[in-house]
Design a protein around this ligand. Structure first.
Ligand SMILES: Nc1ncnc2c1ncn2[C@@H]1O[C@H](COP(=O)(O)OP(=O)(O)OP(=O)(O)O)[C@@H](O)[C@H]1O
Length: 374
């Protein structure tokens, strides 16, 4: 019986389809495909991992085997895993990040950056961030989150992100959960230790996250800010002047007042407010009646006051009801938009995602610094 000859081109094409799970690029483009030999029906491939303890080595190995197995004529495969030399790693870093600094603050960056702010703590800012991120990622957008809430980091838990960042020289590769790249100070501290950092340390940490973490090309980057109008919000405005604010509040009047203050910081920093999201709105009871646990109208009030105060239209982007499934999804690390997409809160969050997705990517919304004549 004559055997189908194995085409080396077909093998290379198949291997081009193997994507590094962290870097999200084909392994051959990353210099990870070191050698390839075809001997009859046997294909031997040597793959270079970025670091010795690469947490995803078995994923890469099985993806390579699967790709090879799909090539006609291949009967046996041998996958040899080795590790890049420091020089090869350096070359990789330079290929991925030829320029230093914060990629999202470059004038030509097309990434939309949303800083999610709230006045008070516990209004669901992180839950809203994580759900919007997962929803947009599920639609095929490239999404990242920086958990900048250094004192109350909760994003990894809400996302079920159990992976740890991988360090390749001075570049940090963020873990990916539900298709979202995420980095949090919580990934760098032991257990549940509190982080006792003041302004300058926070600024430095944020700067490092934004410049050393390799997110690749993102459509949207969310920053989960600490509650209030503190140091981190000011740092964000300095490090990412084009970040737009998303203000999360509850329907409660007292929460609305503080949220308005958080939003109006943008007047001083020159940032745009992309909109207001009301969370913890009416809870639908089993008999169909709606219980307004935190009152009503807070989101609308914040949007109106910010519109007045900033002199630019700020819209209420949506009202997310209180929903037990949202809390349960957060506890389980499966955001409600993925776990219970038909639930009332998921429907409301998807509607907010629709509005964000409809906003143009890139340079639109950028203040051009021009003043009309006359
Ligand atoms: N719409 C909702 N329905 C039910 N539970 C909610 C809702 N939104 C948030 N929660 C729950 O409220 C708690 C606080 O939410 P979350 O951590 O998202 O708030 P936060 O504003 O980010 O808090 P912090 O300011 O402390 O970081 C969580 O247990 C979350 O599951």
């Amino acid at each position: 019986m004559s055997r189908t000859p194995v085409s080396e081109d077909a093998v290379r094409a198949a291997l081009h389809g193997v994507i590094d799970p962290e870097l999200r690029r084909p392994i051959d483009e990353l210099g990870m495909l070191d050698s390839l030999t075809v001997d009859g029906g046997t294909v031997t491939v040597r793959v270079l991992l970025t670091i010795a303890g690469c947490p995803l080595r078995s994923t890469i190995e099985s993806d390579v085997r699967e790709a090879l197995g799909s090539v006609p004529g291949v009967e046996e495969t041998a996958v040899v895993l080795d590790v890049m030399t420091p020089e090869q790693r350096q070359a990789l870093r330079e290929r991925l990040r030829p320029e230093r600094g914060i990629p999202f603050s470059r004038p030509d960056s097309l990434t939309k950056v949303y800083a999610v702010a709230s006045g008070k703590g516990g209004v669901g800012k992180s839950s809203v961030t994580v759900n919007l991120a997962c929803e947009l990622a599920a639609r095929g957008l490239r999404i990242g989150i920086v958990d900048a809430d250094v004192h109350g980091f909760s994003v990894p838990g809400l996302l079920g992100a159990t992976g740890t960042p991988t360090q390749v020289d001075d570049m940090i590769l963020p873990p990916v959960a539900h298709g979202v790249k995420v980095i949090s100070i919580g990934m760098f501290v032991q257990g549940n230790q509190p982080v006792a950092w003041r302004g300058p340390m926070l600024h430095r940490a944020l700067e490092q996250f934004l410049s050393d973490v390799y997110f690749g090309d993102l459509d949207v980057l969310f920053l989960d800010l600490p509650p209030g109008t503190g140091d981190v919000a000011i740092s964000v405005s300095q490090l990412l002047p084009r970040a737009e604010l998303l203000v999360v509040t509850t329907p409660q009047a007292a929460a609305a007042e503080v949220a308005e203050r958080a939003g109006s910081v943008s007047a001083q920093t020159g940032q745009t407010v992309a909109g207001v999201i009301e969370n913890m709105s009416g809870l639908t009871l089993p008999d169909g009646t709606v219980m307004e646990v935190f009152g009503s109208g807070g989101g609308q009030r914040v949007a109106e006051r910010l519109t007045e105060g900033l002199g630019a239209r700020v819209e209420l982007l949506g009202q997310v009801p209180l929903d037990v499934a949202l809390r349960e999804g957060g506890d389980a690390g499966v955001p409600i938009v993925l776990g219970h997409p038909g639930s009332p809160a998921a429907v409301a969050l998807r509607a907010v995602a629709d509005r964000l997705a409809a906003r143009p990517r890139g340079l639109a919304g950028l203040k051009l610094g021009v003043t009309p004549l006359g």
